[in-house]
Design a protein. Structure first.
Length: 389
């Protein structure tokens, strides 16, 4: 087995709905049969920023069950609902889009944020076990422009070997809440990773990049670094996931006559969301990672103040409702988001010449997210280079 070259195939996917779950392993078994099945391991690669894979540990804790997976993703759809005033969806502000593109561009900030918040991966290694599904999770498969044509590449292999470990520094942001595009040429990270691949002559493998142990209040993902999404929506929505409640509260305070009917519904919504958050927090022992310490930013505090003001204006005793609302809003972000401290980047031989490279999707970038500025001017990343045999 170890002498066999890795198996590589790219499979087309046509989602049936905006949120869809496709068993890629079943598609491979149907199309390639024993040619793929004889490999005990496989790396699944998504070339998209609103569709990807769960880490296998998380998939295992969900019993690889489509219904449980749907319920898991549904939690994040409630945290990041569509059409919640995201600036990424204000297409007239998107200077990188032509007028023609703006006509069909999806309003999908919620899909990007759900991808990040739920801890979806652009590349994930799985044990290749017969009968066990590997779900391609599509969060934006059908939109106003039509149905997307998705692609996923799968590399089957027999074993893996760690050939190099190193630590690389990247410049930190002085802002408390920020996102850094690690694919930017000025950062230099991607060039250093490619140098490492070439130095060790890797054709097929994986780069595991993680935050060093001392790095706190930060996470890593692979997604689209669109400025409005990453510098506006991510700050306000991802790191304060109930911020849309504050937006609703502001509108209510501006229109006092509309408060009574709306206000009676808002606390209920807050409590329903807190119930969802608590549900995921309970899952956290086995499903989600827990960030060190609570993350309570100014938007969360603002949300609490606004909702308290609403309650006070309509004469509702906040001794019960407001305390419960405050408790819901103060839940640590890490308890109900799948933010990860690591990403895997695939290395494949695209042209058959033996030279490996990272097969970036058109809009994919490794992104460092932080919700508290570090004390040092740089952040350290641990890098592990793995060769597939």
């Amino acid at each position: 087995m170890s002498s066999d070259p890795p198996f590589k195939a790219t499979v087309g996917i046509r989602p049936a709905s905006r949120t869809d779950f496709i068993d890629v392993r079943a598609k491979l078994a149907e199309e390639f049969g024993s040619e793929f099945a004889r490999y005990p391991k496989a790396l699944y690669i998504s070339h998209h920023t609103t569709a990807g894979y769960l880490h296998q540990r998380l998939a295992h804790r969900l019993d690889y069950d489509r219904k449980r997976l749907r319920e898991y993703i549904k939690v994040f759809h409630e945290i990041f609902p569509p059409n919640a005033g995201y600036e990424h969806d204000e297409l007239e502000l998107r200077t990188e889009l032509s007028d023609a593109q703006k006509e069909t561009e999806p309003e999908n900030a919620d899909s990007h944020l759900t991808f990040i918040g739920a801890g979806l991966q652009s590349a994930a290694s799985y044990d290749n076990e017969a009968g066990r599904p590997v779900w391609f999770v599509d969060l934006d498969g059908v939109h106003r422009g039509g149905t997307r044509d998705r692609r996923t590449t799968v590399v089957g292999y027999g074993s893996e070997e760690v050939v190099a470990r190193t630590q690389l520094s990247v410049e930190a942001s002085p802002r408390a809440i920020d996102a850094i595009d690690l694919r930017e040429p000025g950062v230099g990270l991607v060039d250093r990773l490619q140098d490492l691949i070439e130095e060790h002559g890797i054709s097929f493998g994986r780069l595991d990049v993680s935050l060093a142990a001392r790095e706190t209040h930060a996470s890593l993902t692979v997604n689209e670094f669109e400025p409005l999404l990453m510098q506006r929506d991510l700050r306000r929505a991802l790191l304060s996931p109930l911020r849309f409640m504050a937006d609703q509260g502001r509108k209510m305070l501006r229109t006092p006559l509309s408060i009574p009917g709306k206000a009676l519904r808002l606390p209920g919504k807050a409590l329903r969301l807190s119930g969802k958050a608590l549900h995921v927090a309970r899952m956290g022992r086995t499903v989600l990672r827990t960030s060190p310490g609570p993350v309570i930013d100014t938007a969360t505090v603002e949300a609490v103040h606004i909702m308290n003001a609403v309650l006070e204006r309509i004469g509702v005793d906040e001794s019960v409702i407001a305390r419960m609302l405050n408790r819901a809003l103060a839940l640590p972000v890490g308890r109900f988001q799948g933010l990860r401290r690591d990403v895997s980047l695939p290395v494949i031989d695209r042209d058959g010449d033996g030279n490996g490279e990272i097969p970036w999707g058109t809009y994919q970038s490794p992104i460092l997210i932080q919700w508290k500025a570090p004390t040092e001017p740089t952040r350290e990343l641990d890098v592990k280079l793995v060769r597939f045999a």
